[in-house]
Design a protein around this ligand. Structure first.
Ligand SMILES: Cc1cc2nc3c(=O)[nH]c(=O)nc-3n(C[C@H](O)[C@H](O)[C@H](O)COP(=O)(O)OP(=O)(O)OC[C@H]3O[C@@H](n4cnc5c(N)ncnc54)[C@H](O)[C@@H]3O)c2cc1C
Length: 534
C-alpha cells in the first residue's frame, strides 16, 4: 500500500446539526455540554493556554496546632486511601468539591485485583459480591488483517462505582474519618511541621496532604508548570441498548487503517444497562489534533460497521469521554514536602491505559502501608514521599509501545503499519500462552514475558521490527533500551532483596522505611506483584 500522506483534517461529513448533536440531544444529563467542557480543556492543552496556578506556597514558621494526620483533597479515588487510613487509626479529613458519589458507568477490572478490598478490610466478601455489577467472558483482541485472539477473565468485571464509593464512605465515617463535601481545595501552605489547606471557607491543618484531584489537579498543574503532555489518550464512547449481540467483549480491536494521522482502537463489553463501546486513539498534544466532538462524530460514523447495528436501533443511555494526558516524567516528583499525589494526579499509570481505577486498586495495599510507615516514622519530606511513587521500569518501557501505536502529525507511514505490527505481536504473545498474554493485557509488563515476545517477533516478523525503528526514532529506542535493562535488573534483584528483608528488623526505622519502599519498587517495577492464576 502507498504511504499515508500526512493530513489531519478530518472531513466532518455531517451537516448541521452534527451526528453527535443529534444523538446526544435526547440523552439525559446534557452530555453535549459536558463533552464541550472537556473539549475546551483539551483545546487549552493543545494550544498551551492553560493558566499555571500558584496554589502551593511555603512558610518558614511551624503551625501552632495540627488537627489531622492526613487531609485528602479529592474524593473519587481519595476515599479508597482515606477509608484504609481511617481504619488504621489515623485522623483523616477528606475534602471533596462536590458530593462524594461514584459515576453511573461501571469501572472494568479483573476479578483477582478486587480481592485487595477484602484483604484490606474495606469490604466483606458479601459487599464485594454486591459491588460487582457485571461479569462477562470471553474477550477478543483483533486487528485489521490479523487473526483474532480470545482471552478469559481479563478486565471482564464491571464494578459499580455508586455502590463502592457509598460503602467506602460509610466505612470511612464509621472509622472516625471526617468528610467535607462541597469543599473545594483552593490553596496549600507548607509549614515545617504540617500543611494548611484552604478549602471552602475554612483552613484544614494536617501532617500530610494527599492530592487525589485527578489529572487536572491544580497542584499537579503547578508542579508541571504548563508543560505539554508527551502523549494523550483520547476516548469517546457510549453505553447503549439495542445491540444484536452482547455477551462477549473486545479488549482492543481495529477495523480501519490509519486515518487522519490516528489509529482508531475500539473496545466493547456488556454493561449493566446496555453495551459499552469506546473509540480511543493515542496522539500528541499538537494543535491540529482532532477535538473530542470531532472524534465523537467519527465514533458514531464507524459504530454501525464495528458492531453491525444501525444507530437508529440504539437507545443511548449515556455518553462517555475523557482526555488522559501522560508525561514521560512520571510518576510526578513534587518539589514540596508533605504532599503526596495518588490516583490519576500521580501520573503513575501506563501511558497505554485509561484504567486509573484498576491501577489504583493494584497499588492500594503498597501505597497505604507505605503511607502508614511514613506517618509512623514521621518521614514526610519530598524524598521520603517520592519513594512511595517510585520509578517503575515496567511502566516506562510501555512508552515505546505507545509510540508504536500512534502516528506523528507529519509522519509518513503505511496505512496498515500499526495493525500489522500489533497483529504480529499479539499472535506471538498468544502463542506463548496466558502467562505472557494476560499480565500484559492488565498493564503488568514482566521481563521474561517481554523478552520472549520480542525474541519471537524479531524471528518471525523481522520486517515489522525494522519498520518500528524509523517510526519511533533512534533516541526513543535508546531510551527504551535503558528501561528494558532496568526491567531485567529489577526482575533479578527482587528475589535477592526479598531474602535480605528478614535481616532488616534490627535497622533503624528510617532505614527500614527506605528498604521497604525499594523492595516495593523492585516488585511492582518488574511486575512481580502479579501472580499468574493459571
Ligand atoms: C470514559 C472513561 C472510562 C473509564 N473506564 C475505566 C475502567 O473501565 N476501568 C478503570 O480502572 N478506570 C477507568 N477510567 C478511569 C477512572 O475513571 C479514573 O482513573 C478515576 O476516576 C481516577 O480517579 P481520581 O480520583 O484519581 O481522579 P478523578 O476521577 O478526576 O476524580 C478527582 C476527584 O477530585 C475531586 N476534585 C477535583 N478538584 C477538586 C478540588 N479543587 N477540591 C476538592 N475536590 C476536587 C473531583 O470532584 C473528584 O471526586 C475511565 C475513565 C473515563 C473518562
Amino acid at each position: 500500500m502507498p504511504p499515508v500522506s500526512p493530513s489531519v483534517v478530518i472531513v466532518d461529513s455531517t451537516t448541521n446539526p452534527s451526528l453527535t448533536e443529534q444523538i446526544l440531544a435526547p440523552v439525559p444529563g446534557n452530555p453535549l455540554a459536558s463533552l464541550r467542557r472537556v473539549d475546551h480543556l483539551w483545546r487549552s492543552l493543545r494550544e498551551q493556554t492553560r493558566p499555571i496556578p500558584a496554589v502551593v506556597q511555603s512558610h518558614a514558621l511551624p503551625l501552632e496546632t495540627v488537627e489531622w494526620d492526613v487531609v485528602i483533597c479529592g474524593g473519587t479515588l481519595g476515599i479508597l486511601v482515606g477509608a484504609t487510613l481511617a481504619q488504621q487509626g489515623w485522623r483523616v479529613a477528606l475534602l471533596e468539591r462536590g458530593t462524594l458519589r461514584g459515576r453511573e458507568q461501571e469501572w472494568n477490572i479483573s476479578r483477582r485485583e478486587l480481592q485487595t478490598f477484602v484483604t484490606l478490610g474495606l469490604l466483606t466478601e458479601a459487599e464485594l459480591a454486591q459491588a460487582i455489577a457485571t461479569t462477562y467472558n470471553p474477550a477478543r483482541i483483533s486487528f485489521l488483517g490479523g487473526t483474532e485472539v480470545w482471552v478469559k477473565d481479563v478486565l471482564n468485571i464491571g464494578v459499580d462505582p455508586v455502590y463502592l464509593l457509598a460503602t467506602l464512605k460509610q466505612k470511612f465515617l464509621a472509622a472516625g474519618g471526617e468528610l467535607f463535601e462541597h469543599t473545594p481545595f483552593q490553596s496549600l501552605m507548607g509549614h515545617p511541621n504540617g500543611v494548611q489547606v484552604q478549602a471552602g471557607d475554612r483552613p484544614f491543618t494536617a501532617r500530610l496532604a494527599i492530592d487525589a484531584m485527578g489529572h487536572f489537579s491544580p497542584i499537579v498543574q503547578q508542579a508541571r508548570q504548563g508543560r505539554s503532555p508527551d502523549a494523550v489518550c483520547l476516548v469517546v464512547g457510549s453505553c447503549a441498548q439495542g445491540f444484536p449481540a452482547n455477551s462477549t467483549g473486545d479488549l482492543i480491536a481495529t477495523f480501519t487503517p490509519i486515518q487522519h494521522q490516528c489509529q482508531y482502537f475500539w473496545e466493547a463489553f456488556p454493561a449493566r444497562d446496555g453495551r459499552t463501546t469506546y473509540l480511543f486513539t493515542y496522539v500528541d498534544a499538537h494543535p491540529d489534533r482532532p477535538s473530542l466532538e470531532t472524534l465523537f462524530n467519527e465514533y458514531l460514523r464507524l459504530l454501525p460497521t464495528y458492531q453491525g447495528v444501525e444507530l437508529a436501533q440504539l437507545q443511548f443511555q449515556r455518553a462517555l469521554f475523557g482526555v488522559f494526558p501522560a508525561y514521560r516524567q512520571s510518576p510526578l516528583r513534587l518539589e514540596w514536602d508533605r504532599i503526596l499525589p495518588v490516583g490519576d494526579s500521580s501520573g503513575g499509570q501506563s501511558p497505554l491505559s485509561f484504567g486509573g481505577f484498576g491501577a489504583m486498586v493494584r497499588h492500594l495495599q503498597r501505597l497505604t502501608s507505605g503511607i502508614q510507615d511514613a506517618l509512623q516514622a514521621d518521614l514526610l519530606d519530598r524524598r521520603a514521599l517520592a519513594a512511595l511513587q517510585p520509578y517503575q521500569p515496567n511502566l516506562s518501557v510501555t512508552w515505546l509501545f505507545q509510540q508504536t501505536m500512534s502516528v506523528g502529525i507529519d509522519q509518513q507511514t503505511t496505512p496498515n503499519q500499526i495493525n500489522d505490527l500489533l497483529a504480529g505481536i499479539f499472535q506471538d504473545m498468544a502463542g506463548l500462552g496466558d502467562p505472557v498474554l494476560k499480565p500484559f493485557l492488565q498493564d503488568v509488563v514482566q521481563f521474561p514475558a517481554l523478552f520472549q515476545t520480542l525474541a519471537q517477533t524479531a524471528i518471525r516478523h523481522p520486517r515489522l521490527v525494522l519498520q518500528v525503528i524509523p517510526q519511533v526514532g533512534v533516541l526513543s529506542l535508546t531510551e527504551w533500551l535503558g528501561h528494558y535493562l532496568n526491567l531485567a535488573r529489577y526482575a533479578a534483584l527482587y528475589p535477592i532483596a526479598q531474602r535480605f528483608l528478614r535481616s532488616t528488623q534490627a535497622f533503624p526505622p528510617q532505614m527500614q522505611y527506605y528498604f521497604r519502599r525499594w523492595l516495593d519498587a523492585l516488585a511492582y517495577g518488574s511486575g512481580q506483584d502479579y501472580e499468574h492464576e493459571g
